[in-house]
Design a protein around this ligand. Structure first.
Ligand code: IMP
Length: 202
């Protein structure tokens, strides 16, 4: 049985503006105040784990302890089949210190081009971890399957959104309205599990 969140506010343990925005949009229908970690001056811990779940828990525990309230962290990434699941947990790092996702998307494209007959298939994966200051935590995973396209399309979203088309769709995540992305995204799917398990129905 998962622990339910009785508190009316939580820290969003991310310094990624795109993620913070999407999590805030997902939480908005609930009467829970989402406080960005940056607004509390919390540091971002190094992501030293090798799995999405490990890194999500690490970030949630660090923020819950430092901020003395429940914290929600997201670890996510793009897993490309032809690249044996890369960039995966290293999705943010492929953008380099300048966080240049045009560079990261080009790297994905070039690596795929170098593999004759590479399949276009890929998936976005997200693990959301909710941790409490007493050390308890819950984690939930969501994913969405699709394919990589080139050249990138769309100005919305963030990260690798302009090169990802979900199965059954023709617009990239970068072209979709936020509501359309939330209807199918890896993050929204993980969030649906979190709500079911941990949020009080009001
Ligand atoms: P991390 O979870 O902080 O390691 O960063 C995950 C990285 O994966 C982000 O910086 C994005 O580049 C990428 N990513 C995760 N979710 C999405 C998404 O919904 N759209 C596009 N890129 C994403």
């Amino acid at each position: 049985m998962s622990r339910r969140l009785s508190e009316r506010r939580l820290i969003v343990a991310s310094h990624n503006a795109g993620k913070v925005r999407e999590i805030a949009e997902l939480i908005a229908p609930f009467r829970i105040e989402a406080i960005p970690a940056a607004s509390l001056g919390l540091d971002e811990p190094d992501e030293t784990e090798t799995t999405f779940k490990g890194n999500a828990l690490l970030k949630a525990h660090a923020a819950a302890k430092a901020g003395a309230m429940p914290a929600l962290a997201d670890d996510s990434g793009l897993c490309v089949d032809a690249l044996k699941g890369e960039p995966g947990v290293y999705s943010a790092r492929w953008a380099g210190p300048a966080k240049d996702f045009n560079l990261a998307m080009r790297l994905v494209h070039e690596r795929m081009l170098a593999i004759p007959g590479a399949p276009e298939t890929a998936r976005f994966v997200c693990v959301l971890a909710l941790a409490w200051p007493d050390g308890h935590a819950e984690a939930f995973e969501g994913e969405v399957s699709g394919r990589i396209i080139w050249p990138p399309r769309g100005e919305r979203g963030f990260g690798y959104d302009p090169i990802f088309v979900a199965d059954g769709h023709h617009l990239t995540f970068g072209e979709m309205e936020p509501e359309a992305k939330h209807a199918i995204s890896h993050r929204a799917r993980a969030f649906a599990k979190l709500i079911e398990a941990c949020f009080e129905r009001s």
